[in-house]
Design a protein around this ligand. Structure first.
Ligand SMILES: Cc1ncc(C[n+]2csc(CCOP(=O)(O)OP(=O)(O)O)c2C)c(N)n1
Length: 348
């Protein structure tokens, strides 16, 4: 049977993206999940020091990334955004080099925390670990981009916990006043480590906060890749059109503990976890592709094999790759005065 046109199915949102893009979006989610799962295994094996990942949030991340022009728009991701940076064009090898903190890690030569992504090529800016600091950075990047005469949009992502930080207020307020083209992309996964979102804000959600800044705010089902794609594409369009920033809140869920140092059984119930697992965005998207005639069991089998080989390659490559030279441990930590190697001594 010839594949049905997605637009002709009972799922009109599938027409938002070309069929090949829909399939690619699914591949990216499956790949991100597999890399993420392997990172946890490597941590438990003692091969990588620490992991902090985004299982459960893949649809939100890939949906957002596909609404951007990779390498043209500027992105300030946060630590859960494995799927987002993969969808922008970072490679599995690059992500594993970061997890293993190897010298060839593109984020920092093995000196940054894992998953503090960056890529000059893709205009991905690395962040600091204090929660929310990337938010004012994004407003600054958008202002700089405007001054350079670019038409880039800036997307900054963060959790709902970060939206309670002062940095959030400062960044959003500044971007709103100057009508900067920023998409404030909140991946609200319900928990900030052990703090539930109802203890995070006295309004229904992060998008509601937009009213206080006089900007657009929209909440979407973050487990629905196409709903997120549409919301971010519209926000980017508003930004490019001079209408200023938007808060897009993707309602999602984190399937894994906060990090490899966390035990989430202490603060959330097995029932809640099981219930949310039923809303796993990956099988849900597969079903939509199958219903549209774009996917089947044979394609799934091929994809699973291809992804397993890619993950093996990335992990093996990173494991074999050299450690940073200990002599470079202070590099990029202090600016050099060029005099005596002690930058805080400015003696003449
Ligand atoms: C300023 C600051 N406070 C606390 C921490 C410790 N910390 C790291 S991540 C995190 C939770 C952030 O939650 P949220 O912003 O909702 O993102 P999520 O991790 O849930 O995706 C906390 C409290 C930190 N890194 N920085």
């Amino acid at each position: 049977m010839a594949p049905r046109s997605p637009a002709a199915t009972a799922d009109p949102d599938l027409a938002l993206l070309e069929p090949e893009k829909l399939v690619e979006a699914y591949r990216l989610m499956v790949l991100a999940r597999a890399l993420d799962e392997r990172m946890w295994i490597l941590q438990r094996q003692g091969k990588v020091p620490f992991v902090i990942t985004g299982q459960g949030q893949e649809a939100a991340q890939v949906g957002a990334a596909l609404a951007l022009r990779a390498g043209h728009d500027i992105v300030l991701p946060y630590y859960r955004d494995i799927a987002l940076v993969l969808a922008l064009g970072m490679s599995p090898r690059e992500l594993m080099l970061s997890a293993f903190a190897r010298a060839a890690d593109p984020n920092s030569g093995g000196r940054q925390m894992p998953n503090h992504f960056s890529s000059r090529r893709l205009r991905i800016l690395t962040g600091s670990s204090p929660v929310g600091t990337q938010i004012p950075h994004a407003a600054g990047a958008a202002l700089a981009s405007r001054l350079r005469g670019e038409d880039s949009v800036v997307l900054v992502s963060f959790g709902e916990g970060a939206s309670s930080e002062g940095d959030f207020h400062e960044g959003v307020n500044f971007a709103a006043i100057h009508r900067l083209p920023v998409v404030f992309f909140c991946e609200n996964n319900g928990w900030a480590i052990s703090v539930p979102s109802r203890r995070q804000m006295n309004v229904e959600g992060v998008a509601r906060r937009a009213a206080g800044y006089g900007i657009a705010g929209v909440a979407v089902d973050g487990q629905d890749l196409l709903a997120v794609y549409r919301a971010v594409a519209e926000a980017a369009e508003r930004g490019r059109g001079g209408e200023g920033p938007t808060i897009v809140e993707a309602l999602t869920y984190r399937f894994v503990p906060h990090s490899s140092d966390d035990d989430d059984r202490i603060y959330r119930s097995a029932d809640e976890m099981a219930e949310m697992r039923r809303r796993d965005p990956i099988p849900a998207f597969r079903e939509r592709l199958e219903a549209a005639g774009l996917w089947d069991e044979a394609k799934e089998e091929r994809l699973r094999q291809e992804v397993a080989a890619t993950v093996d390659d990335a992990a093996d490559h990173a494991e074999r790759s050299p450690q940073p030279d200990p002599a470079t441990v202070m590099q990029h930590v202090f600016a050099s005065s060029g005099r005596d190697g002690h930058p805080w001594r400015s003696s003449a």
